[in-house]
Design a binder for this molecule. Structure first.
Ligand SMILES: NC(=O)c1ccc[n+]([C@@H]2O[C@H](COP(=O)([O-])OP(=O)(O)OC[C@H]3O[C@@H](n4cnc5c(N)ncnc54)[C@H](OP(=O)(O)O)[C@@H]3O)[C@@H](O)[C@H]2O)c1
Length: 269
């Protein structure tokens, strides 16, 4: 990808994409420009990676073909009105949570296409999964660009925009659910008589190892579960409690609550 990419916002998410692009040689530092708010993030990202620090919005966007919008969702309402003209004819890709394509089109009305994306936090180490939807069907070259940009943070998947709230509930919020599960497993280990440090190590490595095993084998989780569950054995005894307390129903309600909140936020302007 030797297109010029401009980042509007240079915080954690922008850094994750820039780091991924550079590490995978999908872009060179000379292809990337960044511009942030009044704080130090853009100059810090530029100093750390060698990407160009733009002096203002016209400077950021003059030669850019792709614009990645990576400031906070609340910044959109007060975004510089010049962005409408400055992004004319460019491909605009937003990572803003809960900002719909229709809302983005108000700020970027002359973009050649708009892409709404929802990354998740493991993107910071290239292990994310990002769902995305485009306003118009993407031209083949733009599709390749989107896939390369988002692929720099891990896996990517296109889906209809009306499923982004559902994706938010699974992959967007999912890391926090897994963190909570891991902490609960650690506390359970302490309740079983382990020192906290030991329980932490065991819980963490178990979650990491089990996730790697699922990804490595491609085997359905139920099948892997069955492989380690002998009738009347130790795992069986534990799973009986999970079933009796409707663990799956609990997680379903958890995801439904997150989806509902995401839909509520997306409905706000
Ligand atoms: N972090 C995540 O895991 C995650 C996951 C999914 C989606 N997202 C989305 O990613 C976006 C960025 O999140 P983040 O965690 O990267 O935030 P962040 O680290 O706080 O970065 C925000 C960036 O926006 C800049 N900024 C502030 N005001 C601006 C303005 N008026 N114009 C241009 N840039 C401005 C900030 O610059 P200064 O601070 O230097 O002023 C900073 O570079 C959010 O919209 C969020 O919904 C984040």
């Amino acid at each position: 990808m030797s297109l010029q990419i401009a980042f509007l916002g240079a915080g954690r998410m922008a850094s994750a994409i820039v780091d991924g692009l550079l590490a995978r040689h999908a872009a060179a530092p000379a292809d990337v420009s960044v511009f942030g708010g009044a704080g130090p993030t853009a100059s810090a990202l530029s100093a750390r990676t060698g990407v160009r620090l733009a002096s203002d919005l016209p400077d950021l966007l003059r030669t850019a073909d792709i614009v990645v919008v990576a400031f906070k969702p609340q910044h959109l309402a007060s975004a510089d009105a010049r962005l409408a003209e400055l992004t004319r004819g460019k491909l605009v890709l937003s990572v803003l949570a809960a900002k719909t394509l229709a809302r983005l089109a108000k700020t970027f009305p002359h973009a050649r296409n708009l892409v709404r994306t929802m990354p998740n936090t493991p993107a910071a180490i290239g292990a994310g999964v990002t769902g995305w939807a485009a306003l118009q069907p993407l031209a083949p070259a733009d599709r390749a660009t989107v896939v390369a940009l988002l692929g720099a943070m891990g896996r990517e998947i296109e889906l209809p925009e009306d499923q982004i709230d559902a994706l938010m509930a699974v992959s967007g919020c999912g890391p926090a659910f897994v963190f909570e599960f891991t902490a609960a497993l650690r506390e359970a280990g302490v309740a079983c008589g382990l020192a906290r440090e030991t329980a932490h190590l065991l819980a963490l490595e178990t979650v990491v190892g089990a996730a790697k095993l699922m990804a490595h084998t491609g085997t359905e989780p139920e099948e892997l579960r069955n492989q380690v569950t002998s009738p009347k054995g130790t795992t069986y005894a534990g799973l009986q409690v999970l079933a009796a307390r409707d663990f799956r129903g609990l997680l379903r309600d958890t995801a439904l609550a997150s989806r509902a909140r995401s839909a509520e936020l997306s409905a706000q302007d």
